[in-house]
Design a protein around this ligand. Structure first.
Ligand code: SF4
Length: 144
């Protein structure tokens, strides 16, 4: 049995509304990086947690605090989601920090199958971020 945790990017979950459906579907269907486990191995999804947000001055410390909520549950592996792989500029730092803090937990970069290139994915996500959105200022100023 492999006890798995998934770490997601909060830009994707909090800002862009990703509910992790693709990661979870491919976990169930053992596709993407989940296809690398031996077929006879039972996979247990222990939990999903999102990154606490881009680290600014705290470096990996912010993530190390947050990830305790997942690592407390006897994990064998943590998968960094595909969105982290494609989007996160801190990926290498996080990988190093987590490997040092949790040498017995295997880190896997990626989750679901990759349907577009990372470049195309980044282009699409950037477009989402840059679309014109209303804010509370529009409500306050009666421009909504
Ligand atoms: S630090 Fe990386 S994973 Fe976390 S919100 Fe920022 S881009 Fe996403």
């Amino acid at each position: 049995m492999v006890r798995i945790g998934i770490l997601t990017c909060s830009n994707a979950t909090q800002d862009l509304g990703c509910c992790s459906a693709s990661c979870l579907a491919d976990f169930r269907k053992r596709r993407g990086t989940f296809s690398d486990y031996p077929a006879e191995e039972e996979l247990v999804l222990v939990g999903i947690i999102n990154c606490p947000g881009c680290p600014t001055l705290t470096g990996a410390d912010k993530l190390l605090q947050r990830i305790k909520g997942l690592t407390a549950f006897r994990l064998n592996a943590i998968h960094f989601t595909y969105c982290m792989k494609a989007l996160c500029p801190f990926l290498k730092k996080y990988e190093k920090a987590l490997t040092e803090a949790y040498p017995d937990i295997k880190l896997i970069i990626g989750t679901h199958q990759e349907h577009v290139t990372p470049e195309e994915y980044r282009k699409r996500v950037k477009k989402l971020f840059c679309q014109d959105r209303k804010s509370m200022a529009d409500v306050i100023l009666g421009k909504d």
